[in-house]
Design a binder for this molecule. Structure first.
Ligand code: SAM
Ligand code: SF4
Length: 336
C-alpha cells in the first residue's frame, strides 16, 4: 500500500481512527436512538460493499489504523461478512491494527466464529438492562435471551466482549450493581454512556432520563475503591479500575469537553458522508468523488480537505437545563 502523508488536522491531531456506519437499518428500535416507525434510506443511497471497501482502504492508506464498524446494526447488512473479509487483508499486512464492531448482539450467534476467524479480537455489545421485560421495553423489538446467547457465542469464539450501557435515570439506575457484578462474573469490560441529544426524543424525556455519570461514579465509589487509569484512547472514554474486583469500568461523557483535545477520530456514514465531529453538522460528501472516478486520487483529495476542517470540539450542553447544541441526526445514521 502506498504511504501518503498521514492525516493531521488543524489542531495537530493525527487521524487514526475511523468509525464506519455500514447501514442505517436495525432489527431493534431503542427508544433513545430511533422512533418506532423509522423511514430508512433507499438502498441506492447506501455505499455498496465494494464502495465501503474502497473507502476504508483509502483511509487505511492515509494512516487510519483502527476501524470500528457500526450502524444501525452492522450485522443485519446483507453480505457484511464479505466486507469483513476484505478488511481482514489489511490486518494481515499490518496496515490495520484493529478491526472491531459495535453491535446489539442479536446476530452474534451466527457471526462470532467468522469474525474471530477473520482477526476481530473484540466486540462492543450494547446492553442497558439485565431484565427481560425492561430490555423489550427499551429496545422495543429486541429480546434479551437472544442477545445473551450472542454474547456467550462471542466469548466461546474467543472474542473479548465489552458491554456498553446507556445510563438512564429511572430505568437502569436501580440495576447499577447488578450490571457491574454480572460483568465481573462474566469477565466483560463495561462502559457507561451518557445519553446524547440526538434523534427525536422529546426534550422533556431526555432531560428526565439524563443520568450524569459523575453521579453514577459516586454511587460506584460508595461500594468500590476506584483507581483512575491513565489510558487515553483518543476517544471520549475515561476508565477506572474497581480494586475489589479488578474490573475495568469506562465512562463516556460526550457532553463534557474533556476529550476533544485528543480526538483522533472521524465518522463515515452509510451514504458516504464524512463527519469530522460527532457533535457538529459539518460534513463532506465522499460518495460523489468515489463514484466520479475509479482512481482514488480525487477521493483522497476530498478526504484531506475535509480533515483540514475538523473542528476543535462540539457544542453539546445540558448545563442550563436546556438541550443546547442538539443534533437532528440519528445515531443510527452517523454510527454511534
Ligand atoms: N446497533 C449497534 C448497537 O446498538 O450497538 C450499533 C449502533 S448504536 C447507534 C451504537 C451505540 O450508540 C450503542 O451503544 C447505543 O446504545 C448508543 N446510542 C444510541 N443512541 C444514543 C443516544 N441518544 N445517546 C447515547 N448513546 C446512544
Ligand atoms: Fe439499533 Fe443500536 Fe440504535 Fe438500538 S442503539 S436502535 S440497536 S442502532
Amino acid at each position: 500500500m502506498t504511504h501518503a502523508a498521514p492525516l493531521i488536522d488543524p489542531f495537530a491531531r493525527p487521524i487514526k481512527y475511523l468509525r464506519v456506519s455500514v447501514t442505517d437499518r436495525c432489527d431493534f428500535r431503542c427508544t433513545y436512538c430511533m422512533t418506532e416507525h423509522m423511514t430508512f434510506l433507499p438502498k441506492k443511497e447506501l455505499l455498496t460493499l465494494e464502495e465501503l471497501d474502497r473507502m476504508c482502504t483509502s483511509f487505511i492508506g492515509l494512516g487510519v489504523e483502527k476501524l470500528r464498524i457500526t450502524g444501525g446494526e452492522p450485522l443485519v447488512r446483507k453480505g457484511i461478512m464479505t466486507f469483513f473479509e476484505g478488511m481482514a487483508r489489511h490486518l494481515q499486512t499490518g496496515a490495520l491494527r484493529e478491526l472491531t464492531l459495535t453491535t446489539n448482539g442479536s446476530q452474534l450467534v451466527r457471526f462470532s466464529q467468522d469474525l474471530a476467524d477473520l482477526g476481530v479480537k473484540r466486540v462492543n455489545v450494547s446492553l442497558d438492562t439485565l431484565d427481560d421485560q425492561k430490555f423489550a421495553e427499551i429496545t422495543r423489538w429486541g429480546r434479551l435471551p437472544q442477545v445473551r446467547k450472542g454474547i456467550d457465542a462471542a466469548k466461546a469464539a474467543g472474542l473479548r466482549v465489552k458491554i456498553n450501557a446507556v445510563a438512564l435515570k429511572g430505568f437502569n439506575d436501580s440495576e447499577l450493581f447488578d450490571i457491574v457484578d454480572w460483568c465481573a462474573r462474566e469477565d466483560h469490560d463495561l462502559t457507561f454512556i451518557e445519553v446524547m441529544p440526538m434523534g427525536d426524543m422529546s426534550e422533556e424525556a431526555r432531560l428526565g432520563s439524563y443520568w450524569p455519570l459523575a453521579d453514577l461514579r459516586k454511587q460506584l465509589a460508595a461500594r468500590f475503591t476506584l483507581t483512575d487509569l491513565p489510558e487515553n484512547t483518543g476517544g471520549p472514554a475515561r476508565y477506572v479500575r474497581l480494586e475489589e474486583t479488578g474490573q475495568k469500568v469506562g465512562f463516556i461523557t460526550p457532553l463534557t469537553h474533556n476529550f476533544c483535545e485528543s480526538c483522533n477520530r472521524v465518522r463515515l456514514t452509510c451514504t458516504g458522508e464524512l463527519f469530522m465531529c460527532l457533535g457538529q453538522e459539518d460534513n463532506a460528501d465522499l460518495r460523489a468523488p468515489l463514484r466520479a472516478s475509479p482512481d482514488n486520487a480525487l477521493l483522497e483529495q476530498v478526504i484531506r480537505a475535509a480533515i483540514s476542517r475538523k473542528p476543535k470540539g462540539h457544542d453539546f450542553d445540558y448545563s442550563r437545563q436546556k438541550v443546547d447544541g442538539q443534533m437532528s441526526r440519528h445515531m443510527s445514521h452517523t454510527g454511534g
